[in-house]
Design a binder for this molecule. Structure first.
Ligand code: SF4
Length: 370
């Protein structure tokens, strides 16, 4: 089998520019009809790009529809309270994205009179907008010639050209960005970028790519050399840190509980939670000490009613081990928990909780005094 090397294939594709035309033709015929594909509204395109980072399209779609329904314009998002924005974001994770969205919307209103900037450099200055998102918005909304390289594009290009440079290394990022830029259809950059991303998502998938019917099967270096499963190459994984969280769900006779807002530069900043004790020890060794501390913080008539099994919750670089401890008290010991406030019965729903906690509550765990 005559396997073209990476360089000759690059020359072939770049000199002919056939790749872009074939890809765009495929995209126009076969792409998924999604609402952010039917608009040139930069605010909506930006929203979709932020929501879809680290989120599957089927899950992101409902968030996109709810967000655009609640905040139809960038000005609506800017003037919304942060708690409300986080409430709409609840369940998506990576909450810094929502806070940055909100901050960027305010900046658009304050510095650009509510009109989303139409220059790449200005888009790039908005909070939370990196090179990828700026390129996606600039190209799709304004037809500016910037290549948007997301995970789908990295995978597709690394296989097509047989590139083994780790995609998460600085060298790899530069190499793939330059390659995508050299392939970009400068007359139709928005269409080209969407076609690249869609092709990576739908055809050159992470697992089981559809190589047999792929329109690049004849040229694809990975396919022709049997290296599809080996590409793309990723660098070393960051170590996962274990954290042990003990949430105390106080309930008084009226069904009130204590709730506080997370502050500081940690996970879930700006979200709400129950009083928390965090340790470095797993529940099987730490629980006796934890229950002793709860007794000291809760008053003599407090009764521990229920201790949940340990619930595991995976974040990108942290594995959380959570235990929920239900404690009945005649009076909420708010004085021992600075920063926490009394949340009346039935009002918990108003607050945005991390997915770990909202899932626990959705499971119908008892919130009654006895
Ligand atoms: Fe991806 Fe397979 Fe097509 Fe190569 S042949 S571009 S690996 S789907």
């Amino acid at each position: 089998m005559n396997i073209p090397n990476t360089l000759s294939l690059q020359r072939y594709i770049m000199s002919s520019s056939r790749m872009a035309s074939r890809l765009i033709r495929w995209y126009l015929a076969d792409h998924r009809p999604l609402p952010w594909r039917e608009t040139r509204n930069p605010y909506h395109i930006w929203l979709s790009e932020v929501i879809l980072q680290q989120t599957r399209v089927d899950q992101g779609l409902s968030y996109y529809l709810e967000f655009t329904g609640a905040f139809p314009t960038v000005a609506d998002l800017a003037k919304a309270p942060e708690d409300l924005v986080l409430k709409y974001w609840q369940g998506l994770g990576y909450y810094s994205r929502a806070r940055n969205l909100h901050a960027a919307a305010k900046r658009v209103v304050e510095e650009h009179k509510g009109i989303f900037p139409s220059q790449y450099e200005l888009i790039r200055t908005l909070p939370g907008i990196g090179p990828y998102t700026a390129a996606a918005v600039a190209s799709i909304a304004f037809d500016l010639p910037y290549a948007a390289v997301d995970g789908n594009v990295y995978r597709f290009l690394s296989r097509l050209f047989g590139i083994e440079t780790p995609i998460d290394s600085p060298e790899g990022k530069k190499q793939f960005q330059e390659l995508a830029g050299s392939l970009l259809d400068r007359k139709r950059p928005g269409l080209f970028n969407q076609a690249m991303m869609e092709f990576g998502a739908m055809v050159c998938r992470p697992a089981n790519p559809a190589c047999a019917g792929c329109l690049f099967a004849d040229e694809c270096v990975a396919f022709r050399s049997g290296r599809v499963k080996l590409l793309p190459v990723k660098g070393k994984k960051q170590a996962v840190r274990d954290r042990y969280l003990y949430y105390i769900i106080y309930i008084d006779r009226q069904g009130n509980t204590l709730v506080g807002k997370r502050t500081g530069k940690d996970i879930w900043e700006g979200l709400y939670e129950f009083p928390l004790i965090e340790t470095n020890s797993p529940s099987d060794t730490a629980l006796p000490e934890i229950t002793g501390r709860i007794a000291a913080l809760s008053g003599s008539n407090a009764v521990i009613r229920q201790v949940s099994p340990e619930i595991r919750h995976q974040l990108s670089h942290q594995l959380l081990h959570a235990v929920f401890i239900h404690v009945s008290v005649p009076r909420l010991p708010a004085v021992n928990w600075p920063g926490y406030f009394v949340c009346p019965a039935g009002e918990l729903e108003q607050y945005a909780f991390p997915r770990l906690i909202s899932r626990y509550l959705e499971n119908g765990e008892s919130m009654s005094f006895t």
